[in-house]
Design a protein around this ligand. Structure first.
Ligand SMILES: [Cu+2]
Length: 131
């Protein structure tokens, strides 16, 4: 009789343990979907990534006639807007770019171009030097 009770408590214990494993597994899988889809790697030669509320690279030197492509690697929206926070100069403006969205602009004239994200303002500014 005592053996039987022991068996039952062992089986019950195993059921509880397997439940805990299942719950842990669920937590793990929900965490694994949380990070941005960008993963590893870095922007290509004529690319700027919007990542962790920053332009990467924040400063870039290119030659006249280069087309730059910005890609939003964050899970929330950004913009690529020429000018400085609260003072867009009207040269280019992507509008809201959601995760994975891209925007391209061709720099036809030499100069130093400041741009920013209208959503994050002074937290998210960058410079393109065209020579
Ligand atoms: Cu932004």
């Amino acid at each position: 009789m005592e053996k039987r009770i022991n068996m039952i408590s062992v089986i019950f214990g195993m059921i509880i343990i397997s439940f805990m494993v299942v719950i842990n597994g669920c937590n793990k899988s929900s965490y694994s979907t949380a990070p941005p889809s960008g993963g590893s790697g870095s922007p290509g030669a004529n690319e700027v990534w919007m990542q962790s509320i920053a332009f990467n690279p924040a400063s870039k030197t290119i030659s006249v006639g280069t087309t730059i492509t910005w890609t939003n690697k964050d899970s929330f929206a950004h913009t690529v807007t020429s000018g400085v926070p609260n003072a867009p100069d009207g040269l280019f403006n992507s509008g809201n770019l959601n995760n994975g969205a891209i925007f391209s602009y061709k720099f036809n004239k030499a100069g130093t171009y400041k741009y920013y994200c209208t959503i994050h303002g002074s937290m998210m500014t960058a410079t393109m030097i065209v020579q």
